[in-house]
Design a protein. Structure first.
Length: 208
């Protein structure tokens, strides 16, 4: 049986304490920065603080309100980056240098909250249930307790997808959900749907 040395235990304790401090700092910043995000009619998705040596990075993720379609554009990211940087510079209890990164979630973000699902109604979603096979389907509706999909049934390569009967899934039965980038079938009248997917857009501000 392996026995951990006192130095290993001490290092593990220090890492845990450091992680707790970073989480506390992120929560404080979330409270301070939320009003700035609200002024831009955006939703504050997340604030993360990362430290590597003397290098400190504050990563802020913003998104459109769930009832809004489209994606966060670069001009809006640039504008809110400037305002968030000003707000952080005004913090009287912290004058440490930092890099501020502001981004939108992007299409690759896992769907972990009901609002994430609502923002993607109409899109093709891959659902990994807690038990059973992966489900690929068009997100039709979202409630407080779950979602309804129109499954795409497996077909031979090159054939247009066939649709199954509507399928309801409670959030408790979903392990993971992700948006799929779509390309139109050659027989379709519309163009590819990649423009409808939210690309991750980011901006950065350095403060010394």
């Amino acid at each position: 049986m392996a026995v951990r040395s006192g130095n290993e235990n001490h290092a593990s304790t220090r890492r845990s304490a450091s992680e707790a401090e970073l989480q506390d700092e992120a929560q404080r910043l979330r409270t301070r920065l939320k009003p700035v995000v609200d002024q831009h009619n955006l939703y504050l998705e997340d604030v993360e603080v990362r430290v590597a040596g003397s290098h400190r990075t504050v990563h802020v993720v913003v998104d459109l309100p769930e009832e809004t379609t489209g994606s966060v554009g670069f001009d809006l990211i640039s504008a809110i980056s400037t305002d968030l940087s000003t707000a952080m510079d005004d913090l009287e209890d912290d004058d440490r240098p930092y890099n501020l990164e502001v981004s939108s979630p992007g299409v690759s973000r896992p769907l972990t909250e009901p609002r994430h699902w609502r923002r993607n109604v109409g899109r093709l979603i891959e659902v990994k249930p807690v038990t059973g096979d992966v489900i690929l389907g068009r997100l039709q509706d979202v409630s407080d307790t779950g979602v309804r999909l129109i499954p795409q049934l497996p077909v031979k390569k090159g054939m247009k997808p066939k649709l199954g009967d509507p399928l309801a899934l409670d959030f408790s039965r979903i392990r993971k959900g992700t948006v799929q980038v779509e390309f139109a079938h050659p027989d379709d009248d519309h163009h590819d749907d990649t423009d409808g997917a939210d690309p991750e857009i980011s901006g950065a501000v350095h403060h010394a």
